[in-house]
Write a protein that binds this ligand. Structure first.
Ligand SMILES: *Cc1c(COP(=O)(O)O)cnc(C)c1O
Length: 386
C-alpha cells in the first residue's frame, strides 16, 4: 500500500512554517484590568485587543453577568432557545442603529457565513474588497456564488466588474473598517454604486461599531448612510462591545429570510441568555461613550504623530487599528519581541492573515489606555535600531 500518510504532510507543512517564520503558537494570558495583559507572569500594556472602549471588564457588565438567571439557552432559537434576553438585545441593537430589525448569531464568522449562504444563489455575483475579512470571503464561497474580488478600496474596479454582468443579481460586500489595515472603506461611493446598479450593499461593522459615528453607530452611520443604502449591516459584539456574539441588521424581509435560511442560525444553540443580558447593558454604555471615543481619537492622533516623527511606515488609518508595516515576517516577529521586552504587547500579524510580504505589528489602541501608555510604546519603538 502506498497511500500517503497525513502525518508526513503535517510534518512537512510545519517545517515550512518554521523556516518561513510563519509558525504561530498559542500563549496563555490573563487580562486582569483593561488595557493590560499578563503573559509569562509579566504585566504588559496590551496593544493587541479589540476592546476599543475598555468595556470587557466594565463593573456594570460584570454586575449584569452575576445577576443572570440562566447560563445556557438549552436549545436553538427556533426550538425554544429564543429568550426574552435575546429579544431585548435585538430590539436594543435595531433601535441603536436605526434598522427595522436585528438578528443575533453566535459569532461574526457565523453571521457572515450564514447570511451570505442564505442570500446568495449559484448564479449571483458577489463583489468583495480584496482585503475583506476571511468570514465574508468564505461565506460567498460556501454559497457557491460567483465571488469576484475588487482591488482594495477601488470603487471603479467594483463598478467595472458590475458592468460586466448587468443581468445578474449582485451583492457588494465590504468591511467598514479593515481589520488588519485600519482604513475605512469608501462606503458612500459604494452605496451610490449599489443603488445605481440595483445591487445590494452589505457592510461588516466589526471594527466600526462603538468606535465611529454618532453614538458609536459605526462607519456607515458616520457617513450618514441609512438602512435603505446599506440593506445588510453586520456587527459583532466581541470587539468594542466587550462581549461575544454578532448580529445582522436589516429589513423584516431580510431577517425572515435569515431565520429560515441561515444554516449557522438554524442549526446551532442560541447565544447564552446571560451574555445577551450583559450585552444589553454594553449597548447602552457604548451609545453613551462619547468621552471614551474622544479620548481614543486623541490617543490615535498622539500615536501617529509620534510614530511618523520616528520614521515608521504607518498605514492611512484614522481608527484604533494602527499597523506598523514591516514586510518581512522574521523582522516583524523580532520587533514584537523587542517591544514585549520593553513592556508592550503588540502581536505580529503575518501571512496568510495579511498578503505575502506585508507582515506587520497590529497595534490597537483602546480608550482604556492613557496617553502615557502611548508614550511608553513610542519610547520603546524609538529606542534601538529599526
Ligand atoms: C473579528 C471579525 C469578524 C468575526 O467576528 P467574531 O465574532 O470574532 O467571529 C468578522 N469580521 C471582521 C471584519 C472581524 O474583524
Amino acid at each position: 500500500m502506498n497511500r500517503p500518510a497525513f502525518a508526513d504532510r503535517l510534518l512537512q507543512q510545519q517545517a515550512q512554517r518554521l523556516t518561513g517564520s510563519l509558525q504561530r503558537r498559542l500563549r496563555t494570558a490573563q487580562a486582569l484590568r483593561a488595557g493590560r495583559i499578563v503573559i509569562d507572569r509579566r504585566e504588559l500594556i496590551d496593544f493587541g485587543s479589540n476592546d476599543y472602549l475598555g468595556l470587557a471588564q466594565h463593573p456594570q457588565l460584570l454586575e449584569a453577568l452575576r445577576g443572570a438567571a440562566t447560563v445556557g439557552a438549552r436549545a436553538s432559537h427556533l426550538l425554544g432557545g429564543h429568550r426574552e434576553e435575546h429579544a431585548a438585545l435585538e430590539a436594543a441593537l435595531a433601535n441603536w442603529l436605526g434598522y427595522p430589525r436585528a438578528l443575533l448569531f453566535s459569532t461574526g464568522y457565523m453571521a457572515a457565513i450564514g447570511s451570505l449562504f442564505a442570500l446568495l444563489g449559484r448564479h449571483d455575483l458577489c463583489l468583495q474588497d480584496r482585503l475583506n475579512h476571511a468570514c465574508l470571503l468564505d461565506g460567498a464561497r460556501l454559497a457557491g456564488a460567483d465571488l469576484q474580488r475588487y482591488e482594495h478600496l477601488d470603487v471603479q474596479d467594483a463598478a467595472r466588474l458590475l458592468r460586466c454582468a448587468p443581468q445578474r443579481r449582485a451583492l457588494l460586500v465590504s468591511d467598514g473598517v479593515f481589520s488588519m489595515d485600519g482604513d475605512i472603506a469608501p462606503l458612500a461611493p459604494l452605496a451610490a454604486l449599489a443603488q445605481r446598479e440595483n445591487a445590494w450593499l452589505m457592510v461588516d461593522e466589526a471594527h466600526g461599531l462603538g468606535v465611529l459615528g454618532p453614538q458609536g453607530r459605526g462607519a456607515c452611520a458616520a457617513l450618514g448612510l441609512q438602512a435603505a443604502e446599506v440593506p445588510v449591516l453586520m456587527g459583532t459584539l466581541g470587539k468594542a462591545l466587550g462581549g461575544f456574539g454578532a448580529f445582522i441588521a436589516g429589513s423584516e424581509l431580510l431577517i425572515d429570510t435569515l431565520i429560515n435560511g441561515a444554516r449557522t442560525y438554524i442549526y446551532t444553540t442560541a447565544l447564552p441568555p446571560a451574555l445577551a443580558q450583559v450585552l444589553c447593558v454594553a449597548v447602552e454604555l457604548a451609545r453613551a461613550a462619547d468621552e471614551p471615543r474622544a479620548h481614543l481619537q486623541q490617543l490615535i492622533g498622539h500615536f501617529r504623530a509620534g510614530a511618523l516623527h520616528q520614521g515608521w511606515s504607518l498605514l492611512p488609518s484614522a481608527t484604533p487599528i494602527q499597523p506598523l508595516l514591516i514586510g518581512d515576517s522574521a523582522a516583524a516577529l523580532n520587533l514584537a519581541q523587542r517591544l514585549e521586552a520593553a513592556g508592550c504587547y503588540c502581536p505580529a500579524v503575518r501571512p496568510p492573515t495579511v498578503p505575502i510580504g506585508s507582515a506587520r505589528l497590529r497595534i490597537s489602541l483602546t480608550a482604556a489606555h492613557h496617553i502615557t501608555d502611548v508614550d511608553h510604546l513610542l519610547g520603546a519603538l524609538g529606542a534601538g535600531s529599526r
